[in-house]
Design a protein around this ligand. Structure first.
Ligand SMILES: O=C(O)c1ccccc1NCC(=O)[C@H](O)[C@H](O)COP(=O)(O)O
Length: 261
C-alpha cells in the first residue's frame, strides 16, 4: 500500500476503535430500518447529459488547505451545486488529512435530493454502516488498500445495505482486480498516490480499458471543460471534480461553466 494510504489508515484505525466503543455496530444497525430509502447513485450517473460528481473537499494531503471554511458553507454549496446540475455529491468524511466529517455528510443530506457518496478510506464494515446512517447513498472502495477478498466482502456488505460502490483503481492490475470482483461503477484516479502527480493521459489509457456497460468515472485533476471533454472522449461516463470547484468563489457557477462547453 502507498505510504500516504498507510498513514491515513493507521490514524483511521485508532479513531474507528473509539467510535466502535462509543457507538456499537449493533446500535447503528438498529437505526437502519427507520432511515429514508437510499437514492440511486448508479442511475444518477446514467442520466442524460454530463454527469459530474461534485466533491466537497476542504483540504488534501497533496494540496493542504483548499477551502478551509467549508464546514460553515456545506449546506449552501451543496444546494448551489445541485442547482447547477451536479448528478451527485462526494463528501469527504476523513478528518485528519482532508478536514472532512460525518457531520458534513449529514449537512449535505439535509440540503439536496441528489445522491451522496461517502468519500473516505474504507476497510471495515463499520464504516459502511456509518455511511448509511449519516445519509450516504454510495461509498468509495480503493483497490490499492484492499485485497481482492476484502474488496468482494465490503462490496457485498454495501450492497446488502442498498449502497452503491464507486470502485477506484490507479493501475491496470488494480482495474483487473475490481472487474474480477464485479465492480459496476469504476473510477480511475488520475492522481498517483506515491508522488501526488496527476496525469489525465495515463488515466485515459485505463478508462479506455473499462468494458462498455460499466460506468467509467474519471477522478481527479479535471481543471477545465477541455479536460472534461478529453475524458469523455476516452469513454468516461461521469467525472469526479473537487479542487477546481472548491477553489472557485462560487462553485455552482464554476460547475455551470464546466458543463456548458
Ligand atoms: O487529493 C489528494 O491529495 C489525495 C491524496 C491521497 C489520497 C487521495 C487523495 N484524493 C482523493 C480524491 O480522489 C480526490 O479528492 C478526487 O478524485 C477529486 O480530485 P480533484 O478534483 O483533483 O480535487
Amino acid at each position: 500500500m502507498e505510504q500516504v494510504l498507510e498513514t491515513i489508515v493507521a490514524k483511521s484505525r485508532k479513531e474507528l476503535a473509539e467510535s466502535r466503543k462509543r457507538i456499537p455496530a449493533s446500535l447503528l444497525e438498529s437505526r437502519i430500518p427507520e432511515l429514508p430509502p437510499v437514492r440511486d447513485f448508479a442511475a444518477a450517473l446514467r442520466r442524460p447529459g454530463r454527469r459530474v460528481i461534485a466533491e466537497l473537499k476542504a483540504a488534501s494531503p497533496s494540496k493542504g488547505a483548499i477551502r478551509p471554511e467549508l464546514d460553515r458553507e456545506v449546506e449552501r454549496l451543496a444546494a448551489g451545486l445541485e442547482a447547477a446540475g451536479a448528478a451527485a455529491l462526494s463528501v469527504l468524511t476523513e478528518r485528519n488529512f482532508f478536514l472532512g466529517s460525518g457531520m458534513n455528510l449529514r449537512r449535505a443530506r439535509g440540503s439536496v435530493d441528489i445522491p451522496l457518496l461517502r468519500k473516505d478510506f474504507i476497510y471495515d464494515e463499520y464504516q459502511i454502516l456509518e455511511a448509511r446512517v449519516w445519509g450516504a447513498d454510495a461509498i468509495l472502495l480503493i483497490a490499492a488498500m484492499l485485497t481482492p477478498e476484502e474488496f468482494r466482502k465490503l462490496r457485498a456488505f454495501a450492497a446488502s445495505l442498498g449502497l452503491a460502490v464507486l470502485c477506484e483503481a490507479h493501475t491496470a492490475d488494480e482495474l483487473d482486480m475490481l472487474l474480477d470482483g464485479g465492480a459496476e461503477i469504476v473510477g480511475i484516479n488520475a492522481r498517483n498516490l506515491s508522488t501526488f502527480e496527476t496525469s489525465l493521459a495515463l488515466a485515459g489509457e485505463l478508462i479506455r480499458q473499462i468494458p462498455a456497460g460499466k460506468i467509467a468515472v474519471a477522478e481527479s485533476a479535471i481543471r477545465s471543460a477541455d479536460d472534461l471533454n478529453a475524458m469523455e472522449q476516452v469513454g468516461a461516463k461521469a467525472f469526479l471534480i473537487g479542487e477546481t470547484l472548491m477553489r472557485a468563489e462560487r462553485p455552482g457557477e464554476k460547475l455551470c461553466e464546466l458543463l456548458s462547453k
